[in-house]
Unconditional design. Structure first.
Length: 135
């Protein structure tokens, strides 16, 4: 086996497969999050951490934040020229999941980009969901 082959597959083929897999994963997760998001998500006040939260609530928050950071990193990678995928939408999806100060303001700034909001609302309509409402 040559130095550019691993498990019988040339390195360029492995890189291509990983790129295609990342693009498909990004597309599926993007569609799932934006379709399942309630239409009034951005018009309701954000839910802050409450005192007396149960272990289950804390566990869900930890998993949600870890998934959010993973998506943000994936979105940054997908934003690099030459790597296929929807980087900006993946970053936005990750931001929706993490708890950060100023998060809502940043989300709205990205969503107010006409092309982003138009894409998300067309996607939601295709899956018979109401368009996102912005304040």
């Amino acid at each position: 086996m040559g130095s550019t082959e691993a498990a019988g597959m040339p390195l360029p083929v492995m890189i291509a497969l990983i790129s295609v897999g990342a693009a498909l994963l990004s597309a599926v997760l993007t569609i799932a999050v934006f379709v399942l998001l309630p239409a009034d998500h951005f018009t309701k006040p954000p839910s802050w951490r409450r005192s007396g939260a149960s272990i289950g609530t804390i566990a869900v928050a930890v998993v949600r934040n870890l998934a959010g950071w993973l998506l943000i990193v994936l979105g940054i990678v997908l934003s690099v020229p030459g790597i296929p995928g929807q980087g900006l939408l993946t970053i936005l999806m990750g931001l929706l999941l993490v708890d950060l100060p100023g998060k809502r303001k940043l989300e709205l700034r990205i969503l107010r980009t006409r092309r982003v909001l138009s894409f998300i609302n067309r996607l939601r309509v295709r899956f018979r969901r109401a368009p996102l409402a912005l304040p």
